[in-house]
Design a protein around this ligand. Structure first.
Ligand code: MNH
Length: 464
């Protein structure tokens, strides 16, 4: 009865629900299509489970109110619990390890910490340009998502954990990435499976998932062991040092070895997959918008000048490059949804009653394209939407690529610094052209990633 006012797809059938409209490989893009027809709040049912989706700017702003709502650990996030447990991303709000780990790790994302990561980020970016130099020029193309994943995995592994996966020395993705993609896809598919049949039908998939999790955990254990048995300098002050050595500033409490394992896998995964997608979408749009690319190149030349290797402060000065990134994250927020639950009985939008604990999924994809907030041309790529004047003219809570509230992304500044630095270096060094036959298609594995995106590069002169 509480859901009566919320529209659902017209082809609803007994027992199955709306699964005739559902493809487990593209739940977000399916929901986007359905949401456009049904409006700012709607529901979809898979077998016995019904999910409420919200994307209207007004309703999403209500759900952002931390006095009424909080993060809900459900769907894909909950399905990752067997791997990530009470790690930061998958912890329930009430689990003490959330606050503990948050307080211990937050200084690892301070300005001072970021400044310390900058030289390592540059090193990794230079591995990428060396790799791309060999693949620039006539007759070559680069595998954008593949190479962005190499870059972002190396970046989080080296800055956070002092670990080198050697991604650029490999022709195929590192097995860590393959296992991670397997785990993310499995977590996504489980949302679509009928609860009883799932157990029977998915035995093969469950077995593969157990193998993926075992591989990820083994990798994590090796990374931790290497640090523990290292020369004991312990002076890096990186994320792993914080996890192993830092006590809570007030309580003196420390993370347990089991929780550290959950945090390491959380950061290795959350710390690279979505940034890789964000960079890939941005490069796609740069290749399709020569005027935007030219403006970005002009900015980098003006702000960085002759500087061979930009300093930390020079990255945030790339205002236009940053807008390109923001606009890419608007159209394709690579973590495309998050859930919010009611802290007490309340009414959403004045008409939809929600009991304590009732939850809804915010479809960031559609929120970011709501014409009420973004105008009638919301589908068009236009970085000028992020000019300060335009930002001030919009209501708050309409741009949420990093989630909201206390459980918003802890790695936001890390991702933005890394991605802006890399885009700056890339547009300064190369002209980027699209394959005219390529049409953007997007794969989903909880996150979003352009499928088979290949681009052509030409070295520019003077090239840095
Ligand atoms: Mn990240 C939470 C998006 C980069 C580590 N991240 C979130 C959430 C979103 C998100 C959305 C909130 C999810 C929810 O409410 O259920 N994160 C992104 C995007 C990028 C990103 C779009 C890149 C672009 N994230 C990063 C990086 C790191 C990181 C880089 C680590 C270095 N993110 C996290 C962690 C959380 C999180 C950890 C969980 C924080 C918490 O709940 O306390």
């Amino acid at each position: 009865p509480e859901l009566d006012r919320i529209p659902h797809p017209p082809r609803r059938v007994p027992l199955l629900g709306d699964v005739l409209d559902a493809d487990p490989r593209s739940p977000v893009q399916d929901s986007m299509r359905i949401g456009r027809q049904l409006g700012p709040i709607f529901r979809r049912k898979a077998f016995d489970r019904e999910i409420v989706f919200v994307w209207g700017a007004d309703l999403a702003a209500e759900l952002a109110d931390e006095s009424r709502f909080a993060k809900h650990v459900g769907l894909g996030v909950a399905n990752l619990r067997p791997l990530a447990g009470d790690g930061l991303f998958t912890a329930y709000n009430h689990e003490p390890n959330w606050q503990l780990a948050h307080d211990i790790l937050a200084p690892g994302f301070s300005r001072a910490a970021m400044e310390g990561y900058h030289p390592l980020m540059l090193d990794v970016a230079r591995q990428l340009t060396a790799h791309w130099d060999e693949r620039s020029g006539a007759g070559h193309e680069v595998d954008v998502p593949g190479d962005m994943t190499k870059l972002t995995l190396e970046t989080i592994a080296r800055t956070g954990f002092g670990h080198d996966f050697g991604s650029f020395e490999r022709s195929r993705p590192h097995p860590f990435v393959t296992a991670m993609v397997g785990a993310l896809s499995y977590a996504q598919q489980r949302n679509a499976a009928p609860p009883l049949l799932a157990a029977l039908q998915q035995r093969g998939a469950a077995k593969r998932n157990a193998a993926d999790r075992a591989y990820l955990n083994d990798t994590v254990d090796e990374v931790v062991e290497a640090r523990r048995s290292g020369d004991g300098t312990g002076a890096r002050g990186d994320l792993l040092d914080r996890m192993l050595e830092t006590a809570h500033p007030e309580t003196g409490e420390r993370l347990s070895p089991e929780n550290i394992r959950r945090q390491v896998v959380t950061f290795l995964v959350a710390g690279h997959e979505t940034t890789s997608g964000a960079l890939s979408f941005a490069l796609h749009y740069l290749s399709r918008n020569p005027d935007v690319l030219a403006r970005a190149q002009a900015e980098v030349e003006q702000v960085w000048g002759e500087t061979e290797e930009p300093a930390y402060e020079q990255v945030a000065r790339l205002r236009y490059v940053r807008r390109v990134l923001d606009e890419s994250l608007r159209l394709w927020p690579t973590a495309p949804a998050f859930s919010r639950e009611a802290l007490h009985d309340t009414t959403l939008g004045g008409v939809h009653p929600m009991r304590t604990g009732a939850w809804a999924l915010v479809l960031i994809m559609l929120l970011h394209r709501d014409p009420a907030a973004w105008g009638q041309d919301a589908e068009r790529f236009d970085p000028d939407r992020f000019e300060p004047k335009a930002v001030r003219a919009r209501p708050p809570h309409v741009f949420k690529p990093f989630g909201t509230g206390a459980r918003a992304c802890i790695g936001r500044q890390f991702a933005l610094h890394e991605a802006t630095l890399v885009l700056g270096l890339l547009v300064r060094r190369y002209d980027i052209t699209a394959d005219p036959d390529y049409e953007l298609s997007v794969t989903e594995r909880l996150t979003l990633m352009p499928r088979n995106l290949r681009l052509r590069l030409t070295r520019r002169t003077p090239a840095r």
